[in-house]
Ligand binder design. Structure first.
Ligand code: SF4
Ligand code: MG
Length: 330
């Protein structure tokens, strides 16, 4: 299957300055050599604890923060463009294809704009559409698509609940008919019941708009609900990536196993591994040598301290990749 995005050896380092000369003395290695592909029309969920680099990863894809190294190849249908190589003008034109929805619908919507203007603003800016009747019509259809009543068109964001505001944010993101939607914890501020409504809506819209989606969350059940494939991040690295069901049924990486063990599940017999996560999350400004998980890993051997494992397909399952020296033996 064709991919829409290919991320190669991506690194995003933030300099830390200090000392009397205020020189760069260290780096926070927020994203530290990430590789993955996003296939057309799939949803890739990315999970990991806070600080693992998942938000920085999608900000880097949006060029909101500066990448230190790597490639981000976007397939626009005709050819593959490295997002990191684009100048401002080229970036603006590609932005039509890549939109984002945010964690906090309250702060991402302008309080002084009507819902109609919030939704159609990207069309005015990016497509230079001025015809008000046409813009009304588009806004009405988008509101219907996200399950809101079109009679709300002239209201302001404060009149809506959190879930409704998130729907307005989705309508705005879809107005340019993007190919790729990046979602940064869009449901984490919502009640559980509202959360699942929004996840179902996104799943439906993904089909209708033929979207590909990256969905990041610290909540495993949310990722399980919405994703086709998932990636698990630990201090700036993807440690395991593959089919969601396969990973939930049979996690391989010791970190994934520990993460999943912490989630209560309906049928405990399904779970083979009961493992506890001990020790502290590694500090991205002061990473351990070798495998970044080694200080917490009960399977570690000498090699783990000296050599960082690559993300490689499992011998028993080519579709799953794991970054662990002993992935095939675990
Ligand atoms: Fe554990 Fe070694 Fe695998 Fe890292 S490479 S997860 S330390 S066994
Ligand atoms: Mg975050």
């Amino acid at each position: 299957k064709e991919n829409i995005l290919e991320v190669k050896n991506l690194k995003t380092y933030f300099p830390i300055r200090g000392g009397i000369f205020n020189r760069v003395i260290n780096h926070v290695k927020a994203v530290n050599g990430v590789n993955f592909e996003l296939l057309k029309n799939e949803t890739l969920g990315i999970v990991g604890e806070s600080g693992c680099g998942k938000s920085t990863l999608i900000k880097t894809i949006m060029r909101g923060v500066h990448a230190s190294e790597g490639k981000i190849l976007f397939n626009n249908g005709n050819n593959k463009i490295d997002i990191l190589e684009l100048n401002k003008k080229e970036l603006k034109s590609i932005r039509k294809n890549i939109q984002m929805i945010f964690q906090d619908p309250f702060s991402s919507l302008s309080p002084r704009m009507t819902v109609r203007n919030i939704i159609v603003e990207p069309l005015k800016i990016n497509k230079n559409i001025k015809d008000n009747k046409k813009l009304d019509e588009i806004a009405i259809n988008l509101l219907k698509d996200v399950g809101l009543n079109p009679k709300y068109l002239q209201r302001y964001p404060h009149a809506f609940s959190g879930g409704q505001r998130q729907r307005i944010g989705v309508a705005r993101a879809l107005s340019l008919k993007p190919k790729l939607l990046l979602a940064d914890e869009p449901t984490s501020a919502l009640d559980v019941s509202v959360q699942s409504q929004l996840l179902n809506l996104l799943t439906k819209l993904k089909e209708k708009y033929e979207l590909s989606m990256i969905f990041i969350s610290h909540d495993l059940s949310v990722v399980e609900h919405i994703s086709d494939r998932m990636a698990v991040m630990y201090v700036g690295n993807i440690v395991e990536i593959g089919d969601v069901k396969e990973i939930f049924n049979k996690p391989t990486h010791p970190y994934t196993r520990a993460l999943l063990s912490a989630v209560p599940i309906a049928n405990p017999h399904k779970r083979n591994h009961k493992e506890l996560l001990e020790g502290e999350v590694a500090d991205p400004a002061n990473l351990p040598s070798g495998c970044p998980f080694h200080p917490r890993c009960k399977y570690k051997k000498d090699i783990c301290i000296h050599q960082k494992p690559d993300l490689k397909p499992l011998k028993s399952n080519e579709n799953k990749k794991v970054a662990c020296h002993f992935a095939n033996e675990l």
